[in-house]
Structures are given as structure tokens and as C-alpha cells.
Design a protein around this ligand. Structure first.
Ligand code: NDP
Length: 419
């Protein structure tokens, strides 16, 4: 099993190495200089003039999805990829956690190759090099660990893990649950199509806007240790797919009004999330870009500027609000979750029959399943709330009085007029 999971990582690495890519510079490092990143998540090419050309058909991770689509067209819900994920789910989770452990240990040891002021632009993460071995292993000692591998070439481990194997795994696992629902019932519900479809969009959005990850906290501030390795590889693809996993057993339907309502909610969240993140990303790359040049900003003593109008003038982390609204729309499709599985022939009132004859009914379990299916929404709320506090602290350290001035001008943290 671990062998198969490692094979999956190798395929991702080969796609990374051989697909057409463009080289983009990251943000300025505190030691000076900028690292170059090879981006090919959606196989976008940037012309010398700076115009972005995106191929009509996404290759990159899409190549793996194309295999999945081909297999499904041929074999339907019984395509081996879907049955494999279902049959070996816990093994796959464990193997990915083991990969995260191994990777965190590798980068921890590798970080001792760092030499202050060396020409490779290697940096230790602020807060990740305390000297406490367990803590540094967990938080991440080096900011941008990189390795040069045979065939693959230079690899930025953190950027690769942030956007490739885990994100793709998220969608593949969702699709495996869609196939399972079909095997169980002979139909797929609007709820599972919605949740797997919009989460797929979130992932494609991440690939399409791959360059935007370079200005996020994960890339600019956090070291790469167990926390990020586990988050990207062992947590995200498995926890975020809980709603689809639930629906593969209990086929809750949304109906037309529910579907439209959820689409409106999701679109609102996606719009706030994408527009605010892109605005900051564009501004950080080129403050004179025509789309952001008209915005007001504070010139800080540190050299960079802070936006005070536009999205970043509405709330200091309005992007988190967009993310949380999306998280909510991922959980709602499971409804008042909870089910009981009854033996074949029970003929319980309101039950739905599975292909093997067993019956599924909500009964006394109704509502209790929400502890699991709404976990993502609560977890994201806590994560983003804590992230905001952490970023606030770090920005104060970076910007001092200029940050206080920004806070004076932009009062709300995440939700305008409320928080
Ligand atoms: P942000 O993208 O919000 O980046 C914060 C940084 O932006 C600050 O440290 C500062 O860095 C810069 N900044 C802050 N205010 C301003 C301003 N007014 N003008 C210009 N620059 C400013 O943080 P994250 O990296 O936490 O989040 C990125 C996205 O990823 C978010 O949308 C978040 O919701 C999402 N996310 C999703 C997760 C998931 O599991 N789905 C997990 C975590 C995040 P500097 O000044 O140094 O450039």
C-alpha cells in the first residue's frame, strides 16, 4: 500500500518535472534576493511581455484526472481507482501520514545544511529554529527547503506539497465517494455532485492561480515541518472529503431550492476569497499594475506598502471570510446528518435500500452525524481565527507602528462591522 502511495507521489513529481512550466519569482527574502519557483499547476505559460496564456485543456494534475475520467467512462463506478480508494481507505490515510512523518524528518535534518548568508538563499523560519528538536521538527526549521533530485531537478518541497499531491488527492477521494454512492444506490444525489464539484473548483482555482500561493503566510513565513507536511498530505485530502464520504452512504438530496441557495452562498464565498487574494498578490508583485495602482496604501518603514482601500480596506483578513463561507457551503449538503444501517428485510419506514439489500435510515441518529460532517466548518473557523491572530502578531513584528496605523484605519479583522 505504502508502495502505491509513494508511486502516486512519484507521478506527481514527474508531472512537475516534465510539464511545460513558467518560472516565477517569490517574495523578497529577509536575507535579500528572491527564490524562483517553477509553476505548472495548470500549465500556464507567461509570455515575455507578462501576459498569461492558459492552455484550453488543463494538463498538470489534470493528466491524472483524465486517466480517472477515461477509466470511469470504460468501467463506470467500478473503475479500479475508485474501488481501490474505497477498499483501502485507512491504509491510504496511514501511508500518507507516514509520508508526512518521513518528509518532516528529512527536512529537519536537511535544514542543518543551512549556512548563514549562503548564496543559495536558504533561510531558517522565524520561530522554527528554537533549538527544541521536537518543536522545530513540528513547526519547520527551514523556510523553503529545496532538494535537487535525479530526473526531476530542483524541487521546492513546500510549494510542491501545498498545491499538488494533497489537493489532487482531495478531488480523487471525493470522486471515489461519488462512485461509491452510485454503487450503493444506482444513482448520484445533487448533494454529492455539488460538494465534489465545488471542491474540485476550489482545487482548480488553486492551480490556476498557483502563483498566488507565493505571497501567502505558508510560503513567506511558516517553516516546512510536520505541521505543514501533515496538513497538506495527511489531513486536507481526508478530512475535507468527509461530507462526500457521508453522502456515499446516506444519499441526502438538496432539491432545487437547496441547490440554488448553496450555489449562491458558495459563489459569494469564492468571489470574496479569490478577488481579495488576487488583489493582494497582484499588489505585492507589482504595485503599479493598473488593477491596483488606484488603491490607497501606507508606505511602511520596512519598504513594502500596505493596502488600506479595496478588499484589504474592508477587513484585515477579508479573504478568510470568503474561505469560511465556502467551508460552510461544503458542509451544508449533508443536512441534519446521521444514519443507522439496518439489516436487509427490516423494511423500516423512510429507509433507503442499498444494492446489497441493507437499509439506511436516519432514525434516532439524525443530527448526531453533524459532529463529523460540520467539523470542517468549525475547524476552518478556528484555524482562520487563530491564523489571523498569528498574522497580526507577525505583522506587528514586521511593521511596528505602521501596522498599528493600518489597524487604526482598517478596524475589522475578518467580518466587517462584526469582528
Ligand atoms: P494572507 O494571504 O492573508 O497573507 C497575510 C500577509 O499579507 C501578511 O502577513 C502581510 O504579509 C500581507 N498583508 C497583510 N495585510 C496587507 C495589506 N493591507 N496590504 C498588503 N499586504 C498585506 O494569509 P494566509 O497565507 O494565511 O492565507 C492565504 C489564503 O489561503 C487565504 O485566503 C486563506 O483563507 C487560505 N487558507 C486556506 C486553508 C485551507 O485549509 N483551505 C488554510 C490556510 C489558509 P507581507 O506584508 O509580508 O506581504
Amino acid at each position: 500500500m505504502t508502495f502505491h502511495v509513494v508511486g502516486y507521489y512519484l507521478v506527481n513529481l514527474l508531472l512537475y518535472a516534465f510539464l511545460p512550466a513558467t518560472e516565477v519569482e517569490g517574495v523578497k527574502l529577509t536575507s535579500g534576493g528572491r527564490l524562483k519557483y517553477k509553476l505548472n499547476g495548470t500549465s500556464s505559460w507567461y509570455l515575455a511581455a507578462g501576459t498569461r496564456l492558459t492552455t484550453a485543456v488543463f494538463v498538470g494534475c489534470m493528466a491524472i484526472l483524465a486517466v480517472a475520467v477515461g477509466g470511469t467512462l470504460k468501467k463506470g463506478a467500478d473503475f479500479v481507482l475508485w474501488t481501490y480508494i474505497d477498499d483501502n481507505y485507512l491504509h491510504i490515510v496511514s501511508a500518507n501520514i507516514m509520508v508526512a512523518f518521513a518528509l518532516a524528518t528529512f527536512v529537519y535534518i536537511h535544514s542543518f545544511g543551512y549556512k548563514p548568508g549562503n548564496p543559495e538563499s536558504r533561510e531558517l523560519a522565524p520561530g522554527g529554529a528554537t533549538g527544541n528538536m521536537i518543536y522545530d521538527w513540528f513547526i519547520g526549521r527551514e523556510l523553503n527547503p529545496r532538494v535537487t533530485l535525479p530526473i526531476i531537478g530542483e524541487l521546492d518541497i513546500k510549494e510542491f506539497c501545498e498545491l499538488r499531491p494533497g489537493l489532487l488527492g482531495w478531488s480523487l477521494i471525493n470522486f471515489a465517494w461519488v462512485a461509491k454512492q452510485y454503487r450503493n444506490y444506482g444513482f448520484v444525489t445533487d448533494s454529492i455532485v455539488f460538494v465534489s464539484g465545488v471542491q474540485f473548483l476550489y482545487m482548480v482555482d488553486g492551480w490556476y492561480n498557483e502563483a498566488a500561493v507565493l505571497t501567502t503566510m505558508d510560503l513567506t513565513t511558516d517553516g516546512f515541518g510536520f505541521m505543514l507536511a501533515f496538513g497538506d498530505l495527511g489531513w486536507l485530502p481526508f478530512v475535507y472529503t468527509t461530507t462526500a464520504r457521508y453522502l456515499s452512504i446516506y444519499p441526502h438530496s438538496l432539491g432545487p431550492i437547496g441547490s440554488v441557495g448553496l450555489l449562491v452562498l458558495l459563489s459569494t464565498g469564492l468571489y470574496i476569497f479569490r478577488a481579495s487574494n488576487s488583489q493582494k498578490d497582484t499588489f505585492r508583485r507589482n504595485p503599479d499594475d493598473p488593477s491596483v495602482a488606484h488603491l490607497e496604501c501606507i508606505q511602511t518603514k520596512r519598504g513594502t506598502k500596505l493596502l488600506v482601500t479595496g478588499w484589504w480596506g474592508v477587513a484585515r483578513h477579508i479573504n478568510y471570510l470568503g474561505d469560511w463561507i465556502q467551508a460552510t457551503s461544503y458542509c451544508l449538503p449533508s443536512g441534519m446528518a446521521g444514519y443507522l444501517i439496518l439489516a436487509a428485510g427490516t423494511e423500516a419506514e423512510g429507509s433507503v435500500k442499498m444494492a446489497d439489500g441493507r437499509e439506511v435510515v436516519q432514525g434516532a441518529a439524525k443530527g448526531w452525524g453533524m459532529v463529523f460532517t460540520f467539523f470542517y466548518m468549525v475547524y476552518m473557523g478556528v484555524l482562520l481565527f487563530h491564523r489571523d491572530l498569528r498574522d497580526d502578531e507577525m505583522c506587528f513584528l514586521k511593521y511596528g507602528d505602521d501596522w498599528l496605523e493600518y489597524k487604526r484605519r482598517v478596524k475589522y479583522r475578518i467580518i466587517p462591522y462584526i469582528y
